[in-house]
Write a protein that binds this ligand. Structure first.
Ligand code: NAP
Length: 251
């Protein structure tokens, strides 16, 4: 039997990350679910174990170098060398440019860009040693520009350049890097946006669906399916790509 591959999914406690963690477990991966607070990962970890999968929860802030090093070391000790990484942890600090604070900017850059950088640097050691690896980072349709999201658009576009560079540097070691750019996916993150805009979440979803060619908003599972493909053995010749999962054409 071939050895079970180990995946780390950041921000895996809920939303898109939770769906990805569960989908990768269904694909036979052991999964380290990393999130800010270890206790928040319990539901996902228990669900994976209930399906006879292997999973652990790890509390770590992906923007903190020491926390990242110990999270990756713990995943390696308890599950085996991690060779699949999904950079999914994310936050929003939306505001129009003239109202955006230094903290709004720095917090978003820290979690998305510094987080993806620190995690990828720590995991690539295991990938290079194994001669196999998969890195998937969550970009967004906001990378194309979005009112009120100068910080978020910048990091999501940045993650696309980051991904293409990792693909170029790591390809010779059997490691691919790809990005998924979701459109409107119904999660708590967008519940916050609806609250900020003072509309009910249901009205917000209905209005979004009217603008989407497939006439519905996305679900975390839609993104998880793309992550399952990019992290599969079969996707070894697909690298440096950005896949828009948005119910219609983008970019
Ligand atoms: P979500 O429901 O808000 O989940 C994000 C998760 O990341 C939460 O569990 C959160 O923990 C965790 N997290 C935040 N900061 C962290 C940090 N510093 N270290 C570790 N974990 C951290 O968001 P989502 O909608 O599933 O989004 C997941 C990813 O997809 C994000 O990168 C987002 O930008 C991207 N995306 C989402 C959409 C969408 O429509 N939802 C569209 C395009 C792209 P806490 O709960 O403790 O805060």
């Amino acid at each position: 039997m071939t050895e079970q591959r180990v995946a780390i999914v950041t921000g895996g406690a809920r939303g898109i990350g939770a769906a990805i963690a569960r989908r990768l477990a269904e694909q036979g991966r052991a999964v380290a679910v990393v999130d800010l607070d270890e206790s928040s990962t319990t539901e996902v970890v228990e669900a994976i174990r209930a399906g006879s999968g292997r999973a652990i929860g790890i509390g770590a802030d992906v923007a903190e170098a020491e926390a990242v090093e110990s999270a990756v070391a713990r995943a390696a000790d308890e599950l085996g060398a991690p060779t699949i990484l999904v950079n999914n942890a994310g936050i929003l600090r939306d505001n129009l440019l003239f109202k955006m604070t230094d903290d709004d900017w720095d917090a978003v850059v820290a979690v998305h860009l510094r987080g993806a950088f620190l995690m990828s640097r720590a995991v690539q050691r295991h990938q290079v040693q194994a001669g196999w690896g998969r890195i998937v980072s969550l970009s967004s349709t906001s990378a194309l520009g979005n009112r009120g999201q100068a910080n978020y658009a910048a990091v999501k576009a940045g993650l696309q350049g980051f991904t293409k560079t990792l693909a170029i540097e790591l390809g010779r070691y059997g490691v691919t890097a790809n990005a998924i750019a979701p459109g409107f996916i119904a999660t708590d993150m967008l519940r916050q946006t609806a609250e900020r805009m003072k509309v009910s979440f249901d009205d917000f979803l209905a209005a979004a669906a009217r603008e989407i060619p497939v006439a519905r908003v996305g679900q975390p599972q839609d993104v998880a399916e793309a992550a399952a493909f990019f992290t599969s053995d079969a996707a070894s010749f697909v690298s440096g790509q950005v896949l828009y999962v948005a119910g219609g054409p983008k970019a």
